[in-house]
Ligand binder design. Structure first.
Ligand code: NAD
Length: 489
């Protein structure tokens, strides 16, 4: 039986790639579809199409209000097609169907939000310190955007790039991850139906070295929006030494969740479980370090072990499934390797820890009780369902432990003490701090990291400005002739 074939979307047309590769269903370990892989020539075609559309097309002549309407239309189509796209994303990445459906439904709101912002980007008039001068600042779209995403939540991670870029008037070449690219390649059909002029949005996939490098170093790219791991981010920064593109980086995390003795333990436990085991832990904001006040450690661990054991693991297409497989065999094997090293370094197994036999890339919900921050699972991002638990005594040690990481993406604080919550919010180094909740997001709230978790912010009103340049316009209002500068008076 022949497998379904996906195509790139370049210059308003669907096209094959230079070569193809098979995408594997993580629940079965079997190839289920054939994907195109772009090489440098495919990327060049896509970037040139985006460049043409940016400089001279119906898009470049469109009003901001018209751009906003197109984004709204894309949001509506996405909401309509969420069940279809969710089934494809679940098939290609193993993410469970109830999560993909809910997330894609919400991604529609991102396009609507950015559509609403499109005609609210205003210029500025400066009270300049010179007579007879009018000085205004124009906000202009930056140009061609290279957007690159990893495999998890590709529709969401691309919406926080495409949304503001298109609202600003840019054009985009979006590179889907080579792992699980199907949802974005299918999403191209909605872009096409929404009526964006050709070349405005181009969607390709391919491998890092051929496709990713060609895209981020392309001389016609003015802006790079990257989500992925810190090691790849360093390549991206080196690539942009070629084109000096303005770059934002959304990278990994080792996010702490701090639970104090006065917290509502059951509620905190539910947030901790969702924070680490949702999406099988393949989430940049996974709360992968649980920091627990020593006095409640045993009680909280008991609750967590019980809840972890009750998680229904199974077929990701079944709406009753609560945890599916990891996206790739490579990912599952890496997790098993880090857990092995962590146990050898003295961590104690509270739950899980043994990959299940049988088909698919499954790894069970795992909890490791760790005596120190030196255990590998406490320091390294696993991007999987592994919670490392470290105890603390008092607020000072809690803050020091939370900040003892090279990352700084997110943090959670569970306490009923309002004053303490405020103190912790100030002292924790992370781009997002959630108090008595975890993993809440919105198009209105900026998102991004400290340290190795990245550069810049996505989401919120200011993110549209990240896709614009400021032009200062000076107009002399005097009718007096300009004096000859070389005639002395
Ligand atoms: P990755 O860094 O390996 O790959 C990300 C993307 O970069 C892929 O599309 C890949 O093809 C591309 N790429 C690879 N080499 C490249 C190169 N030389 N030049 C340009 N592009 C290149 O990441 P991954 O392993 O697919 O994803 C997991 C990582 O993503 C984790 O570290 C995770 O925390 C992070 N992530 C961060 C966020 C966030 O918003 N902060 C969200 C999701 C995932």
């Amino acid at each position: 039986m022949s497998l379904p074939r996906f195509q790139h979307y370049i210059d308003g047309a669907f096209a094959d790639g230079a070569v193809t590769f098979e995408s594997v269903d993580p629940a079965t370990g079997e190839a289920w579809a054939v994907m195109p892989a772009a090489d440098a020539a495919d990327v060049d075609r896509a970037v040139r199409a985006a460049h043409r559309a940016f400089l001279d097309s119906d898009w470049s002549r469109m009003t901001a209000t018209q751009r906003g309407k197109l984004l709204h239309r894309l949001g509506d189509l996405l909401a309509e097609e969420a069940p279809h796209l969710a089934a494809i994303e679940t098939r290609d990445t193993g993410k469970i169907i109830c999560e993909t459906r809910a997330q894609i439904g919400y991604v529609a709101e991102y396009y609507r939000y950015f559509g609403g912002l499109a005609d609210k980007i205003e210029g500025v008039h400066l009270p300049i310190d010179k007579p007879d001068m009018e000085v205004t600042l124009r906000r202009e779209p930056i140009g061609v955007v290279a957007a690159i995403v990893p495999w998890n939540s590709q529709l969401f991670l691309s919406a926080v790039k495409l949304g503001p870029a298109l609202a600003a008037g840019c054009t985009v070449v979006l590179k889907a991850s080579e792992d699980g690219p199907a949802p974005l390649l299918e999403f191209a059909r909605l872009v096409d139906r929404a009526g964006f002029p050709r070349g405005v949005v181009n969607i390709v996939t391919g491998f890092g070295e051929d496709c990713g490098r060609a895209l981020t170093s392309h001389p016609m790219v003015a802006r790079v929006a990257f989500t992925g791991g810190p090691a790849t981010a360093r390549h991206v920064i080196r690539n942009t030494a070629e084109n000096l593109a303005h770059t934002t980086l959304e990278l990994g995390g080792k996010s702490p969740v701090l639970v104090f003795a006065d917290a509502d333990l059951d509620s905190a436990a539910n947030a901790v479980i969702a924070g680490i085991f949702a999406a099988s832990g393949q989430s940049c904001v996974a709360g992968s370090r649980l920091l627990v006040e020593r006095g409640i450690r045993d009680r909280l661990l008991q609750i967590l072990a019980r809840k972890a054991a009750a998680i229904r693991i199974g077929d990701p297409q079944d709406p009753a499934t609560e945890m599916g497989p990891l996206a790739t065999r490579r990912q599952r094997d890496r997790i098993a390797e880090v857990v092995g090293r962590s146990l050898a370094a003295g961590a104690r197994l509270v739950a899980g820890g043994h990959p299940r036999d049988g088909v698919g890339f499954y790894y069970p919900p795992t909890i490791l009780d760790c005596d120190s921050q030196a255990v590998p699972s406490v320091r390294e991002e696993l991007f999987g369902p592994v919670l490392s638990v470290v105890s603390f005594d008092g607020e000072e040690e809690a803050v020091a432990t939370a900040n003892d990481t090279e990352f700084g993406l997110a943090a959670g604080v569970f306490t009923r003490d309002l004053a303490r919550a405020h103190r912790l919010v100030r002292r924790i180094r992370a781009g997002v701090v959630w108090v008595n909740t975890y993993r809440a997001i919105s198009p209105m709230a900026p998102f991004g990291g400290y340290g190795l978790s990245g550069l810049g912010r996505e989401g919120g009103q200011d993110s549209v400005r990240e896709y614009m340049r400021t032009k200062s316009v000076w107009i002399r209002t005097s009718d007096e002739p300009i004096p000859d500068p070389f005639v002395m008076r």
